[in-house]
Design a protein around this ligand. Structure first.
Ligand code: ADP
Ligand code: ADP
Length: 223
């Protein structure tokens, strides 16, 4: 599970009568359990595509199908990580990780703990996000996503704000998790090197408006 089918996707923003075509008639198929990087310059529509897959945005035209079903809103099976962390500042790291699953399915405390351990956050369970470094906050974000056991991981420049060493650690962590659990990953980046390092396929979008320009299959040695 976790196949994504983007069909004739068009998204037009119209804030104050000023039409912005962010994505123009895009077609893209992502196979179940594939790791795909979505690459393109800033403003080319990557986040818009991702938000349509996540169900946060409604397409203007066309549709997104996940395992054959039309996306009509958010679903914990499609987990999202953004560049800036969206942790709740008034909740501890553990409470943050438990929050989503509690709301959706209910997760035992033990499972949250083991995910936190896996992400190298043992000892930080009771810390608040503001007390952690940017890298630790992104670990917590990844932990929160994994706690929902998503079929699809949607990641929007998740490591772009991290220093080089932390970035490398997180990239390895992500590959480890992906290889073990075989979830579908759509990884947005404007970093060519990162795209090629991580993904099986790199989808390149044109500058504007967003359309697929090229799809590159990468044969790689992962970190
Ligand atoms: P989003 O649309 O998901 O917020 P963007 O890619 O538009 O993501 O930008 C997120 C942040 O990253 C912004 O602050 C932007 O200035 C910065 N950014 C985006 N692309 C680049 C880039 N090529 N080089 C440096 N900073 C960038
Ligand atoms: P990327 O993620 O590749 O940086 P985005 O999907 O964030 O690109 O943005 C694509 C285009 O849509 C850009 O021109 C951006 O300015 C515009 N855009 C994004 N969000 C909105 C919005 N909420 N309202 C109006 N225009 C937007």
């Amino acid at each position: 599970t976790g196949a994504i089918d983007i069909e004739n996707l068009t998204k037009v923003y119209d804030p104050e009568g000023e039409r912005v075509v962010a994505v123009d008639d895009m077609d893209l198929q992502i196979g179940a359990e594939e790791f795909v990087a979505l690459l393109g310059p800033s403003g080319c529509g990557k986040s818009t595509v991702m938000n349509c897959i996540a169900g946060y945005l409604e397409p203007t035209e066309g549709e997104v199908l996940v395992d054959g079903n039309r996306v009509s809103g958010p679903d914990p099976k499609r987990g999202v990580v953004f560049q800036d962390n969206r942790l709740f500042p008034w909740k501890t790291i553990q409470e943050n990780v438990e929050f989503g699953p509690q709301m959706n399915d209910g997760v035992e405390e033990g499972r949250a703990r083991s995910i936190l351990d896996e992400m190298g956050l043992d000892g930080f369970e009771d810390a608040y996000p503001s007390g952690l470094s940017g890298g630790m906050q992104q670990r917590a974000e990844l932990a929160r996503l994994l706690a929902n056991d998503p079929d699809i991981m949607l990641m929007d420049e998740p490591f772009s704000a991290l220093d080089a060493l932390t970035k490398e650690i997180m990239q390895k962590k992500l590959i480890e998790v992906w290889e073990r659990d075989n979830r579908t990953v759509l990884f947005i980046t404007h970093d060519v090197e990162e795209a090629i390092l991580l993904a099986d396929r790199v989808v390149v979008m044109t500058a504007r408006p967003g359309q697929v320009k090229d799809v590159i299959d990468v044969d790689l040695d992962r970190p």
